[in-house]
Design a protein around this ligand. Structure first.
Ligand SMILES: *[C@@H]1O[C@H](CO)[C@@H](O)[C@H](O)[C@H]1NC(C)=O
Ligand SMILES: *[C@@H]1O[C@H](CO)[C@@H](O)[C@H](O)[C@H]1NC(C)=O
Ligand SMILES: *[C@@H]1O[C@H](CO)[C@@H](O)[C@H](O)[C@H]1NC(C)=O
Ligand SMILES: *[C@@H]1O[C@H](CO)[C@@H](O)[C@H](O)[C@H]1NC(C)=O
Length: 389
């Protein structure tokens, strides 16, 4: 599927980036081969959740470019489909919360109610709009307490446009796309020759050269993780690509959308034994790894230890700087939260809305960490324990 040509109302983006076949980003040919800084693999991955969406409207080109500038190892996205079968980067199953759809009177009659994961949901669904129609909308910041000045400035982008942002970066930046709501998408969108959403998803990755198992030479050249909450989609795509996959795990109250399995079933040792044939890790909500009561962390569960004992990585979501998201143990300091999850819980990657903060934390930590400092702090800890006992 070719990129859609530039559309007249995109005046602002024209001024910034000019208009060409691949309008928004420098061409790969401008990046000298072999000079790209490789992906770092020595510390937990910084996953830019929906781009740098703490600062810019989520899943837009500027949010992804900002995340790359701020040091993301991977840019993360959610893949849905337009009515005409074009894969797009968009989180919600409706357009209502993060676009200006309500200002488009021409679409007022498109409001629908569909059952999504067992819940009747009313709104404007991307699956009822062609790509051209979706491109006429503008994206908004989701949270009222975040910067509103970019509302109405950026478009929804396609999966292919997102990939080109990663490939055109001047260092190696991975992608981390989610097969989002696959049961719903396969119900509402039909592709020629009986192809499924998952087939289109993997076809797109292959078209741009994404292949290879975790840490293989091909993978390190173009790193990618495939993520989904639907285990049957992960099992299905494991027949199509050996790219590493991450099994996302929802809150303890939410059953899987395809197999209707409970949280307890899919986090059991026997299930980990089964799913590890298809995935390299799990992506749990962080509050299920360490339960929270009255906004204070409780004793951590054994989820990370058990996943690691099955050779599964753990990539929890989502880390956010703002006070309303930081549990009180962290004294309103996001660095304390990162320190806890990286050094006490021992996770392998973190989905963050503020890639810049996680990157700064990791850089400063690696500058100041120092064997003799570590020894000194262990000694102090021991002394404190002796005094307490
Ligand atoms: C959704 O609405 C339809 C039509 O009113 C109804 O038949 C169905 O049971 C509802 N589904 C759920 C999950 O509430
Ligand atoms: C994977 O491919 C094999 C061989 O073509 C087939 O027998 C199997 O059913 C496929 N599995 C899935 C989950 O599609
Ligand atoms: C999912 O499982 C629950 C608990 O076993 C059951 O009550 C429910 O009817 C199931 N839902 C579907 C759609 O099969
Ligand atoms: C490492 O620790 C030593 C001894 O405490 C100190 O002199 C040195 O400056 C430290 N290095 C860094 C990079 O912090």
């Amino acid at each position: 599927m070719a990129f859609s040509p530039c559309i007249a109302p995109l005046v602002i983006l024209f001024l910034i980036f000019g208009c060409a076949a691949r309008p928004f980003y420098p061409l790969p040919s401008k990046v000298a081969d072999g000079t790209r800084k490789p992906l770092q693999t020595s510390r937990p991955y910084n996953l830019a959740h929906r781009g740098s969406n703490g600062e810019l409207p989520e899943e837009t080109a500027p949010a992804y470019m900002r995340a790359i500038e701020e040091g993301a190892d991977f840019i993360e996205t959610d893949i849905l489909s337009s009515k005409d079968g074009v894969l797009i980067c968009f989180h919600d199953v409706t357009l209502d919360a993060t676009t200006d759809i309500y200002q488009h009177k021409e679409f007022a009659k498109r409001k629908r109610t569909y059952e999504v994961q067992g819940v009747n949901t009313t709104g404007f669904f991307p699956v009822d709009f062609t790509l051209k129609e979706l491109k006429s909308l503008r994206v908004r910041q989701r949270y009222s307490f975040r910067d509103q000045q970019y509302n109405g400035k950026f478009t929804i982008i396609t999966f292919e446009e997102y990939i080109s942002i990663a490939l055109d970066a001047t260092r190696v930046v991975g992608i981390y796309p989610e097969i989002k709501n696959p049961v719903f998408i396969n119900q509402h969108v039909k592709w020629p020759n009986g192809k499924r959403f998952e087939d289109k998803f993997v076809e797109t990755l292959k078209k741009y050269g994404y292949k290879g198992s975790y840490l293989s030479k091909e993978w390190l050249a173009q790193p990618a993780f495939i993520q989904s909450f639907a285990p049957t989609s992960l099992v299905y795509v494991s027949n199509l690509t050996d790219l590493p996959k991450i099994f996302l795990i929802d809150d303890v109250t939410v059953p899987t959308q395809d197999t209707n399995q409970s949280y307890w079933e899919i986090t059991s040792d026997s299930y980990f034994d089964y799913i590890k044939k298809y995935v390299v890790g799990i992506g749990p909500w962080k509050d299920t790894v360490v339960p929270v009561e009255n906004n204070y962390l409780q004793t951590p569960t054994d989820l990370v230890a058990r996943a690691h004992s099955h050779d599964l990585q753990v990539h929890p979501y989502t880390y956010r700087n703002e006070n309303q998201f930081l549990h009180l143990n962290f004294n309103q300091d996001p660095y304390e939260e990162y320190d806890y999850w990286i050094n006490k819980i021992g996770v392998d990657a973190l989905f963050t809305d503020f890639t810049g903060s996680l990157h700064n934390y990791q850089e400063w930590r690696s500058l100041s960490s120092n064997d003799s400092d570590d020894r000194a702090s262990k000694l102090l800890h021991k002394i404190a324990e002796m005094i307490n006992s």
